[in-house]
Design a protein around this ligand. Structure first.
Ligand code: PRP
Ligand code: URA
Length: 209
């Protein structure tokens, strides 16, 4: 079973509360999501392998550590996942970015895929699927399935908020995928929204509806 990590750093939790607040406007919402993504990038990259390299300091020769060959790819799920990309790229600027477009049918909650564009060398990279909301898990599972169908094997999932139902669905369908969250909420409501959640992430990020 993949690991489940709740990134409970006080800065993340503080900013997440403002993200949840229905009075937070679109500009602040976007900025806060960007900041939390940067802080979560620190946690999600914790296990990247290092290698030793020589370095000449002004004082002496020494041995330092640098990230070894492991290449990263960020895979935002459109639309809302886009809002977390720049924040992550601040810490991992060499990552390539692929896109998977999905929307949830509002009645059936079943995700429909409308766009896939991945880095040419995606199968060689450790990929981080990014989506702020993990509700039923349908969208995350579909995105991960799309990557696996194209031969990608090393995949992590990063979300702001999840419902227990979504976590269980991903763990069942993709037990090899580690999940990183800022918060695990109580439940889904009858419309498939996370409670307490933050509402519709895409609409709040882009000021639609
Ligand atoms: C939201 C969210 C996830 C999905 C989560 O996207 O960004 O992709 O719902 O729900 P699930 O776990 O039940 O699949 P939405 O379909 O609203 O599209 P948008 O990002 O374009 O607004
Ligand atoms: N998608 C969202 O944007 N919010 C939810 O609560 C559930 C799915």
């Amino acid at each position: 079973m993949g690991s489940l990590t709740i990134c409970d750093h006080p800065l993340i939790q503080h900013k997440l509360t403002h993200i949840r607040d229905k009075e937070t406007n679109t500009k602040d919402f976007r900025e806060l999501v960007d900041e939390v993504a940067t802080l979560m990038a620190y946690e999600i990259t914790r296990d990247i392998p290092l290698e030793s390299v020589p370095v000449n300091t002004p004082v002496t020769e020494a041995v330092g550590k640098v990230i070894s060959g492991r290449m990263l790819g960020l895979i935002p799920v459109l639309r809302a996942g886009l809002g977390m990309v720049d924040g992550m790229l601040k810490l991992i600027p060499a990552a390539k970015v692929g896109h998977i477009g999905l929307y949830r049918d509002p009645d059936t909650l079943i995700p429909a895929e409308y766009y896939v564009n991945l880095p040419a060398d995606a199968t060689q990279r450790m990929l981080i699927v990014i989506d702020p909301m993990l509700a039923t898990g349908g969208s995350a599972n579909a995105a991960i399935r799309t990557l696996k169908q194209r031969g990608c094997q090393q995949i992590k999932l990063m979300c702001l908020i999840a419902a227990p139902e979504g976590v269980a669905a991903v763990q069942k369908a993709h037990p090899d995928v580690d999940i990183f969250l800022a918060a695990l909420d109580e439940r889904l409501n009858e419309h498939g929204y996370i409670v307490p959640g933050l509402g519709d992430a895409g609409d709040r990020m882009y000021g639609t509806k």
